[in-house]
Write a protein that binds this ligand. Structure first.
Ligand code: FPP
Length: 246
């Protein structure tokens, strides 16, 4: 999506950094994985709401390139939860006509997870109404390196005659391809940073930080974020057209 996009009160694309699962669990003297399990239930609730929402694209940061450095039991448990989620929720995606997309390094994911991803992507590939994108083994810096490598390959084999000179020529090399840029990026659990998530695509995104840990983030909180977005004026580097208040 170009930055000339029409100003709208509802974001077309919302991306979420689902943070705070571990802290939520620790506060309750539960293992961290219980926070992730509760977090997955929340994803389900959000997907139910998405089907009737004007938000067309929802992108969730489910596993970062840095998350491999967590203890092996936690990484294994997260991959297992992901697999269960895909097995259980593929019907919900089909019923609600939500297409599944993946961004990130797919090849490094476990084989059984990749198989489930392939299956659900196949089953939902025709849907246009809504798009759920899972960022898995994702990091913006890795994405830029991958894009650069692919551009170099295309130049070398002649499928590209000159290096991209404009953003419109460069953007198809990102994992997100022609998906519109996020209008709104939400991060839960009180941290004010974007942690290597959609750094280029989110260049003009509105940011929304809230203190609620992801396992407690409800549709009402989601709607509050949309409400906050609707009150903002996006200028994309241009001059305000709103009347000046005195
Ligand atoms: C951050 O909480 C969350 C993650 C690293 C993983 C998010 C994953 C899920 C919600 C489950 C899998 C998702 C899907 C779509 C099936 P944290 O562990 O960093 O929390 P902390 O900062 O409190 O430790």
């Amino acid at each position: 999506m170009s930055t000339d996009s029409v100003q709208s009160n509802t974001p077309r694309h919302v991306a979420i950094i689902m943070d705070g699962n571990g802290r939520w669990a620790r506060k309750r003297l539960l293992p961290r994985i219980e926070g992730h399990r509760k977090g997955v239930k929340n994803v389900r609730n959000l997907l139910e709401a998405l089907s009737t929402s004007p938000v067309r694209y929802l992108t969730l940061f489910a596993f970062s390139v840095e998350n491999w450095q967590r203890p092996k039991e936690e990484v294994d448990a997260l991959m297992d939860l992901l697999k269960q989620f895909l097995k259980r929720e593929s019907r919900l995606l089909v019923r609600n006509r939500i297409r599944l997309e993946i961004i990130g390094g797919r090849e490094e994911l476990p084989e059984d997870v990749r198989q489930e991803l392939d299956r659900v992507q196949r089953e939902t590939s025709e849907f246009e109404d809504h798009v759920l994108t899972l960022a898995l083994n994702y990091g913006s810096r890795t994405e830029v390196l991958d894009a650069t490598r692919r551009i170099a390959q295309d130049l070398a084999d002649g499928s590209l005659s000159e290096p991209p000179a404009t953003w419109e020529e460069y953007r198809p090399y990102l994992y997100t391809g022609d998906m519109p840029d996020p209008d709104l990026i939400i991060r839960t659990s009180g941290e004010w940073r974007v942690s290597n998530f959609l750094l280029l695509q989110g260049a003009y995104a509105e940011l929304y930080f809230c203190d609620i840990p992801w396992p407690e983030f409800t549709i009402n909180h989601f709607n509050e974020a949309l409400e906050s977005y609707s009150r903002r004026e996006r200028r994309f580097g241009r001059v305000s057209t709103s009347p000046v208040e005195v």
